[in-house]
Design a protein around this ligand. Structure first.
Ligand code: SAH
Length: 331
């Protein structure tokens, strides 16, 4: 039994059942602090780890917005939950080609992943949460599969907050889930909304999730690339919940931001010319043509990551309209 499991059992035995968000927060803090979960040898693979094309197009999107906003010299690149730093490295390479060389600020709680990020981004500045981000510069913020890892509360049909208890020595959530919400996600969205309104910039959210009400339980555990039981082995598997895009949009709009999307990751990447990027990469490295094509399909196909994963942007009030969100595909 892991130290976290022993601790959670003792806590519930002494003080009674705990909230779902408390359970999820404790599990994920332990999970991310004790491993690098990304990649084939780990538990799951994210879009930046599928192909460099993902981070490059995020970088192109941010650079374009920054360019049309007037090429502000003091703009900072911010990433929430940067994993291995792959997205940042790919995005910053493209931004540099466009003349954008921002300071890098990473919001990351895991010591293990901070070490991986430091190896690739030695000059970055790390933050435990968004409250310490620079307050005097426009912020170009990316968050891929960050919000899905933040804790959710679950509520029953009578509106009651559901809790996690021990029954026959196992963790069980008591009650049936009628709805969920992620107060932690909404707090981040509102805080970044206030910052962006005051400082300028944009937040690009890429995650899997829904736009209307979820109508049930979306809490899931993943271990070694397969679904697992979220109530077993706390802290040893990745716990996530579908992101409620409408709720995050409301939190940002409430602060005065312009919300664009969400649209599917597939159409968004296609509008940003992922096909042309894949063709150029394949021309440069013909031996990797099939691999590049497979990665493009994985990122964009509706039955892979193209539809469940969604892209939404929150833009500072006087900043330009972003590219990629019209359904028209570039040739
Ligand atoms: N964006 C990366 C990693 C996604 S995994 C990618 O796409 O590959 C989730 C990331 O969020 C990890 O880096 C994890 O350590 C970080 N994270 C999870 N909860 C966090 C929290 N509460 N605050 C800051 N970072 C967190």
């Amino acid at each position: 039994m892991s130290p976290l499991e022993t601790e959670l059992r003792a806590r519930i035995e002494q003080d009674g059942p705990i909230g779902v968000a408390d359970y999820m927060a404790a599990c994920n803090a332990h999970y991310y602090a004790t491993r690098d979960p990304l990649g084939r040898a780990g538990d799951f693979i994210t879009a930046p780890e599928v192909s460099q094309m993902f981070g490059e197009l995020v970088g192109a999107w941010l650079a374009d917005l920054w360019d049309r906003a007037g090429r502000l010299a003091d703009a900072a690149y911010v990433e929430l939950g940067p994993g291995r730093g792959t997205l940042a490295v790919d995005a910053l390479r493209v931004m540099a080609k466009a003349g954008l060389k921002p300071r890098v600020h990473l919001v990351e709680t895991s010591p293990a992943l901070r070490a991986a990020q430091r190896a690739r981004l030695p000059r970055a500045i790390w933050h435990d949460d968004v409250s310490t981000l620079p307050a005097d510069a426009p912020l170009l913020i990316a968050a891929n599969e960050f919000f899905d890892a933040l804790p959710i509360e679950q509520f029953g049909f009578g509106g009651e907050r559901l809790t996690v208890a021990l029954a026959s020595d196992r963790f069980v959530r008591r009650g049936i889930v009628a709805r969920e919400s992620s107060p932690a996600s909404l707090a981040v969205a509102a805080e970044l909304g206030r910052r962006l309104k005051a400082q300028g910039g944009a937040l690009l959210v890429v995650d899997y999730g829904y736009v209307g009400p979820s109508g049930g339980d979306t809490l899931q555990a993943v271990s070694r690339h397969a679904f697992a039981d979220p109530w077993e082995g706390p802290g040893t598997r990745d716990l996530t919940a579908h992101v409620d895009f409408a709720a995050i949009a409301r939190a940002g709009a409430g602060e005065g931001l312009h919300i664009v999307g969400p649209i599917g990751q597939g159409p968004w990447l296609e509008a940003l010319s992922i096909c042309a990027r894949a063709a150029a990469l394949a021309r440069a490295v013909p031996s990797r043509r099939e691999e590049i094509e497979a990665a493009r399909a994985r990122l964009t196909a509706p039955d892979r990551m193209g539809e469940l994963f969604k892209v939404m942007a929150m833009i500072a009030p006087d900043w330009p309209e972003p590219i990629g969100f019209s359904r028209h595909r570039s040739p």
